[in-house]
Write a protein of this length. Structure first.
Length: 262
């Protein structure tokens, strides 16, 4: 029980505990060195038994110098380690800042809801005229509570956007409907193939989420003509997927949407 108690260490206090350990080690070495010097002093400056004269005094002063050098070496190593740790922390913060800026730039380059409506109207007109299918994926992300209030929220969204972009074809397009809600237009893709795309996206998003589970996601599939008969129905499905504060003016239509939750 006692061993388990001392083995339980809060990660936030590791640096403080390490500093305490260094102070303890230096204090013990200093006390032992001073104590040994005091014990040796009477022997050195009195009548020696084995070693006499200058040799004994040289040995005594050599021991004193060695003790001082050892203390100086340990202190110097501690200073070097502290500088290295500080440098690693600064570089880590710089990497986080660069990733955050890259994610912000990527999200800023994604077209929004207005561009989506224009593309949807064009693709829907083409699909209806050529009797080709048209699919839309709605990717909804929900970050974990510990990341939702930090800059990692934007980084997580940027990583998810990279995954979605890399898994698509050249003719597909990605849109940012709202923070955490992406839309993917898949021209000429039927519902069956759209679900295959969902599987590929799910694998990539699971990897991007990481072991810490930075976010969870829900991918919804909307297909013309299987789930929706008009472009308005698709727009209404998109509107309902947005947070209430980000929803545009309602469209008088209803859509049947099939979904897969991961």
């Amino acid at each position: 029980m006692v061993v388990r108690f001392f083995d339980h260490i809060d990660p936030t206090t590791l640096e403080q505990r390490e500093w305490h350990l260094w102070v303890l080690a230096l204090s013990v070495i200093l006390v032992l060195s001073v104590g040994l010097m005091l014990l040796m002093y009477p022997t050195v400056f009195s009548n020696p038994v084995v070693i006499s004269g200058v040799t004994l005094r040289k040995s005594f002063f050599a021991f004193c110098v060695l003790a001082v050098l050892l203390m100086g070496y340990l202190i110097d190593r501690q200073i070097v380690i502290s500088h290295l740790r500080r440098r690693i922390i600064e570089e880590h913060e710089q990497v986080i800042r660069i990733r955050h800026e890259a994610s912000t730039d990527l999200l800023g380059t994604l077209p929004g809801l207005d561009h989506f409506r224009d593309r949807l109207a064009m693709e829907f007109r083409r699909a209806s005229n050529t009797q080709q299918p048209l699919s839309l994926l709605i990717v909804e992300l929900k970050t974990s509570r510990e990341f939702s209030e930090t800059s990692e929220f934007t980084t997580a969204l940027g990583d998810a956007a990279k995954v979605v972009t890399r898994k698509l074809r050249g003719e597909d397009s990605v849109y940012l409907f709202a923070p955490g809600v992406f839309g993917v237009v898949l021209p000429g893709v039927n519902a069956t193939n759209a679900y295959r795309v969902v599987d590929r996206l799910a694998d990539g998003l699971h990897d991007a989420s990481g072991a810490s589970g930075r976010f969870s996601f829900n991918i919804r599939v909307l297909n013309y003509p299987e789930h929706a008969a008009t472009a308005r129905e698709i727009e209404e499905a998109v509107r309902l997927s947005l947070p209430p504060t980000a929803r545009p003016t309602p469209v008088n239509a209803s859509a049947a949407v099939s979904s897969r939750v991961h």
